[in-house]
Design a protein around this ligand. Sequence first.
Ligand SMILES: *[C@@H]1O[C@H](CO)[C@@H](O)[C@H](O)[C@H]1NC(C)=O
Ligand SMILES: *[C@@H]1O[C@H](CO)[C@@H](O)[C@H](O)[C@H]1NC(C)=O
Ligand SMILES: *[C@@H]1O[C@H](CO)[C@@H](O)[C@H](O)[C@H]1NC(C)=O
Ligand SMILES: *[C@@H]1O[C@H](CO)[C@@H](O)[C@H](O)[C@H]1NC(C)=O
Ligand SMILES: *[C@@H]1O[C@H](CO)[C@@H](O)[C@H](O)[C@H]1NC(C)=O
Ligand SMILES: *[C@@H]1O[C@H](CO)[C@@H](O)[C@H](O)[C@H]1NC(C)=O
Length: 237
Amino acid sequence: MKGIKLFVVLMVLSLSVEVSRSQLSINFYAASCPNVYKVVRRESGGPSWRVPLGRRDGLVANQTGANSNLPSPFEPNHSIIAKFAAVGLNTTDVVALSGGHTIGLARCALFASRLFNFSATSSVDPTLDASMAADLVSLCSSSSDGNATAALDRNSTYAFDNHYFKNLLIQKGLLSSDQGLFSSDEGKAATKDLVVTYSNDNQAFFGDFACAMTKMGNISPLTGSAGEIRKNCRVVN
Ligand SMILES: *[C@@H]1O[C@H](CO)[C@@H](O)[C@H](O)[C@H]1NC(C)=O
Ligand SMILES: *[C@@H]1O[C@H](CO)[C@@H](O)[C@H](O)[C@H]1NC(C)=O
Ligand SMILES: *[C@@H]1O[C@H](CO)[C@@H](O)[C@H](O)[C@H]1NC(C)=O
Ligand SMILES: *[C@@H]1O[C@H](CO)[C@@H](O)[C@H](O)[C@H]1NC(C)=O
Ligand SMILES: *[C@@H]1O[C@H](CO)[C@@H](O)[C@H](O)[C@H]1NC(C)=O
Ligand SMILES: *[C@@H]1O[C@H](CO)[C@@H](O)[C@H](O)[C@H]1NC(C)=O
C-alpha cells in the first residue's frame, strides 16, 4: 500500500540522518528533515512553502499540555476556533489547516459517537451521508477497542488535494469537527463559505494552507538559550 510505503520511507529517512555537527550552519537541515519533505511531496502532491530554518526545539514533550491546547475532534466548532485564535491563527487558518485531513486515517474511537446513539431522535449523525454511515457502522461494530481505522478523505486517501472539502459538501466528512465546518450552525456562519471556495479552487486551498503552515511555524519560537538545536530532528540531543 502506498501509505505504508510512504511511512516506511519517512521512518528510514528520519532515522538515518544523525548529524555530526552541533551548530547551525548553512544547509544544516539539508542533510535531514527536508529529505522527508521532498518524499512527502513526491508521493502525495500538495503545496510547497519556504520554511524558516534555525528553529530551536523544546526539551520536553508535554502530553497534558498537548491534550488541553490542541483541538480534539469532539470539540464544538467555536472552541476550536478559539484555540486557534489564542495562538494568532484565524478562521481562514482553521479551515485551510483542517484540509490537512486530505491524507491519513482516524480510529473509530474518534468518530463512533456519530454512529451509535447519536441523539434521542437519530442513532446516526444526520449530517453524515447514509451509505458512508453504513460502511462505518459495519467497520466500527467489529472493533471493540475502537482501533479500526477509516480514511479521513475517502475519495483520495493518499493524495494531497481538495477532495476533503468536496466531501464536506456531500456530507462525507469523517470527524464531527470536519463536517461541522460545513454543516453545523456555527460552521454555516463562520466557515462554510470558505469550504465551498476550497472545494472549487484547489490553488486557493494550497495557497492558504501554505500561508497557515508558515504562520503556525512562527508560533512562540524558542529564542536565546531556551531549548536546543537538535543534531537529529527526531530526538533531543
Ligand atoms: C504541561 O502543560 C500543562 C498544561 O498546559 C502545564 O500546566 C504544565 O506546566 C506543562 N509542563 C511542562 C513541563 O511544561
Ligand atoms: C487570516 O489571516 C490571513 C493572513 O495571515 C488573511 O489573509 C486572511 O484574510 C485572514 N482571514 C480572516 C477570516 O480574517
Ligand atoms: C445505546 O443506548 C442504549 C440505551 O441507553 C444502550 O442499551 C445501548 O447499549 C447503546 N448502544 C451503543 C452501541 O452504545
Ligand atoms: C488500541 O489502541 C489503544 C490506544 O492507542 C492501545 O492502548 C491498545 O493496545 C490498542 N489495541 C490493540 C489491540 O492494538
Ligand atoms: C473522487 O471524486 C472525483 C470527482 O471529484 C470522482 O471523479 C472520483 O470518482 C472520486 N473517487 C472516489 C474513489 O470516490
Ligand atoms: C459543531 O459541529 C457539529 C458537527 O456538525 C455539530 O453537531 C454541532 O452542533 C456544532 N456545534 C454548534 C454549537 O453549532
